[in-house]
Design a protein around this ligand. Sequence first.
Ligand code: BG6
Length: 494
Amino acid sequence: MSFDLILFGGTGDLAWRKLMPALLQAHRHGTLPANGRIIGVGRDDLTHDQYRQRIAERFGRVEGAKQPSADEFARFAQLLHYQRMDLSTDADYPALAASLLSRRADTVVMYLATAPNLFAPVVQRLDAVGLGGRAASARGHDAWRIVLEKPLGHDLASNRAINDTVLSAFAEHQVFRIDHYLGKPSVQNLLALRFGNTLFEPLWRREHIAQIQITLAEELGVEQRGGFYDSTGALRDMVQNHALQLLCALAMEPPTSADADAIRDEKLKVLRSLAPWDEHALLQHAVRGQYAAGHGPSGAVPGYAQEAGVAPGSHTETFVALRAQVRNWRWAGVPFYVRTGKRLAGREARIDVHFRPVPHTVFATAGPAAPNRLVIHLQPRDGIELHLMAQGDERGAQRAGVLSPVRLDLDFDRRFGAERVGAYERLLLDVLAGRLNLFVRRDEQEAAWGWVEPLLAHWRTSTEAPRPYPAGSWGPGAATALLARDGHAWNEDA
Ligand code: BG6
């Protein structure tokens, strides 16, 4: 299969940090179709060789096994091409069109790794020179796709506007909206755990589950992205997409098949079942925080307000904790707690599923009785732990029938090797193959924006500042209080 992959934003941060390394890995693994061109598009005046040279320099700075040997890079570099374009100039598009239309590759993928305000104008200009997906279909070429990076808009209205323009030039099945969490092996394993086994399904409901916690914690701050982040915030950056996708994977009904639409239909139902934000919930079920000076992974770090690009007195949240409710028969009354933040005490993405306590106690326990809990570690560890109660091996405890907590521990990195296919590698290969399962459909994305919208509006107009928390902590005390009101606590054990 021949392909043309055009990376708009080919000299940008995402291309260097994620896309090129993912493509190189796929090339190494022999999974990238052989007869391909990867065309980086940028504003700089570069020859193909200068572009290859720049990428080689970047890879030179990569640590360890991910660094390609000179031979490996030379083979990969044969795929790399460069096209200079100013994306806001009409006259720069016909050359790209001529190159793509004359080669007639089997698959053509346009990847918009650009600022989101360029999505709509770029799509219109592509369409004007015959590079839209609908035009390609009319020419009998259906493997013609577009990839859109997040954020797709900054609220429901801007999301709809982008989707309207994109869908005027491409059909829905040609549009691949990225949420890179869906590409993580650990997230795919969540669906495998639920729908590839019978064990959990009978228990996966309100009668047996008391509460679910989703934690997406980062140790780093906003790094070099202060300007972008200050107009975005954690709710848009992490909750509207990644956290809600995880919530969907946890709460959805079993799909009728593994087809993209069968899965996306079920996720959509979850999003539509989320309890909307009323006044009580806005005040009681959502906490926003902002990090103050404190400690990062390698010493003292400044607060968010001191980061480059952040507006003075900014109310942008770097931490969010929420209590969500899925209003259907399976989940009525089961709180789903979500928290995410930058500059927290550790880098950890995990899900804790808390089962209900035993209905009648016949054993004594060493310490407080711990109801069963399933912990799904997403990163940096990838694995599953099942917390149970068992008779300890200590003689006294055995005699007296005293139980202690134990855990069954399945480490996927050890089982499958830590060198598994990375999120972007998987997603790029899926785009080339036309597999839509791990991409977000328009209606799903709009439902997610629609759900966060009242909270965005509430925080935009609120005079109350986000609650400060010291860098290196687990967030503001109000996030602890959010669970304490229900008699629960966040799980922070290793
Ligand atoms: C991105 C956010 O979508 O996800 C970043 O824009 C965040 O702010 C990143 O750091 C987290 O991704 P990961 O894969 O490192 O958990």
